[in-house]
Design a protein around this ligand. Structure first.
Ligand SMILES: Cc1ncc(COP(=O)(O)O)c(C=O)c1O
Length: 451
């Protein structure tokens, strides 16, 4: 590897960063991370911090997960690649599909379609939803409904159901037939409603209104995150997702749970759908499925949806979707080891306990810093602080102040993520109590730097 001077000199010079302005990356070069151990990362200057971002919501088991590393190395030696397109398969992917069938049995999901990541999983789920209705003989069901503030990756179908202008405006025109309703976001919503239960009912009322307005026989699927993640960690009231499930069932619409973040324990339950007592028709997974060590994902399919495809005799159910890396044996081997470790360590319980500690500590910080307008969390290790210039008007914080908080927190020992006005926390699920304290005291330093 080149030395630190070379890396700093060339930082962001000849690569464009996702979700960043190229000029900003040049003016404010990104931290160069060169090492990771446990729940900590080390930068090019040797500065070590707790990674409160968990890679990008994916390194649930931390950076030292030997079984996943070993599984990848072993699989590379044995069979580094073979396709799963019609006519061939590989042993690792068969074993993984059986393991996932068991893992997702309580969610009513039994078939897996493998992908290369979260955006791919969303794309496949949306495509399969339309195909399901065509195979069943309702080809007019082609529209999608989703939530504002939702994040579903950046492929064009996913961006079309995304609920944040940042991922849409510069890429328009997006796909026609995608309609959005307000998120159950108590801090800001068009109804001026702060009570979560009442807000859930208002949004559900709007969803039903939109379904009727569009005509239910034109709608293929409703896609939602059980807890909105990248949009700023917005947990809905417990009645919300069951309410969406009931509406989908009433009107023959498929419910797609986008669990790219929430599957595998992050919410304190094994899946976000299970957290709310809901069984979706399709589920998108990725990220933690390999602990972030290999780009991989799976769309899980319910028995009822699977039956429509598997019992088709017309040929319409032939799946005309897939990727060269669907079912990649190295990814599958990584996923087998990651799911085994996830279960062995029972990380969902630690996510719930450490998540409660983190959420309480954040509430404590908000008692001390006026800049903190809203604290969200309370469901495992996914929390956010919404930072405002003024609590009364809820004016969002400017970018410079948010960066200063982030920078000072980093110097004080924790990597946190700033996204718009939100500081988002999604640390590894193997975090210990002392690590939570480190994150909280780093944030304390961050806020005191600008207060
Ligand atoms: C809920 C959700 N869906 C989809 C995606 C897209 O996943 P990827 O970045 O792996 O394409 C993400 C990424 O953060 C996500 O949070």
């Amino acid at each position: 590897m080149k030395d630190a001077n070379f890396l700093k000199e060339h930082n962001a010079r000849h690569l464009w960063h996702p979700m960043a302005h190229p000029a900003d990356s040049l003016a404010n070069p990104p931290e160069i991370i060169v090492g990771g151990q446990g729940v900590r990362i080390t930068d090019v200057d040797g500065h070590e911090v707790v990674d409160a971002v968990g890679g990008l919501w994916n390194v649930n088991l931390g950076y030292s997960c030997a079984p996943v590393k070993q599984a990848i190395a072993n699989q590379l030696d044995k069979l580094p690649y073979y396709s799963t397109f019609r006519g061939t398969t590989n042993d690792a992917v068969i074993v993984l599909s059986e393991m996932l069938r068991d893992f997702f049995a309580p969610d009513g999901l039994s078939r897996a379609f493998f992908t290369s990541g979260g955006s791919d999983s969303v794309e496949i789920a949306l495509r399969l939803a339309r195909q399901y209705h065509k195979v069943r003989g309702e080809p007019g069901r082609i529209k999608y409904l989703s939530l504002k503030k939702g994040y579903h990756g950046t492929h064009t179908l996913g961006a079309s159901v995304n609920g944040n202008a940042n991922f849409r405006t510069q890429y328009e025109p997006l796909l026609p037939g995608c309609y959005h309703v307000a998120a159950p976001y108590t801090y800001r919503n068009p109804y001026n409603e702060t009570d979560p239960a009442r807000l859930a009912q208002l949004v559900l009322g709007d969803i039903e209104d939109e379904i009727k307005f569009q005509d239910p026989s034109t709608i293929a699927a409703f896609i939602m995150e059980p807890i909105l993640g990248a949009g700023g960690v917005i947990p809905p009231h417990e009645s919300f997702m069951p309410g969406v499930r009931a509406l989908c069932s009433k009107y023959g619409i498929l419910l797609i749970a986008d669990e790219v973040i929430t599957a595998f324990g992050r919410s304190g339950s094994w899946t976000g759908s299970r957290h709310w007592g809901v069984q979706p028709d399709l589920m998108c997974t990725a990220k933690a499925i390999t602990n972030g060590y290999f780009p991989f994902g799976a769309v899980m399919v319910s028995d009822a949806v699977a039956a429509v495809f598997e019992e088709d005799t017309t040929g319409k159910a032939a799946i005309g979707s897939g990727y060269t890396y669907s079912g990649h044996p190295v990814g599958a081997a990584a996923a087998i080891a990651a799911v085994q470790e996830t279960l062995r360590l029972n990380v969902k319980d630690n996510a719930a306990e450490r998540g409660a500690q983190l959420f309480a500590g954040l509430q404590d910080l908000s008692d001390r810093y006026e800049l903190i307008g809203d604290v969200r969390g309370g469901h495992g290790l996914m929390c956010a602080l919404e930072v405002v210039a003024d609590r009364a008007t809820k004016t969002p914080i400017d970018k410079g102040t948010a960066s200063k908080i982030q920078k000072a927190a980093y110097e004080a020992g924790a990597m946190v993520r700033v996204s718009g006005p939100n500081i988002i926390l999604s640390p590894p699920l193997v975090l210990e109590a002392a690590d939570v304290d480190t994150i909280l005291s780093a944030l304390d330093t961050g806020f005191s730097a600008v207060s």
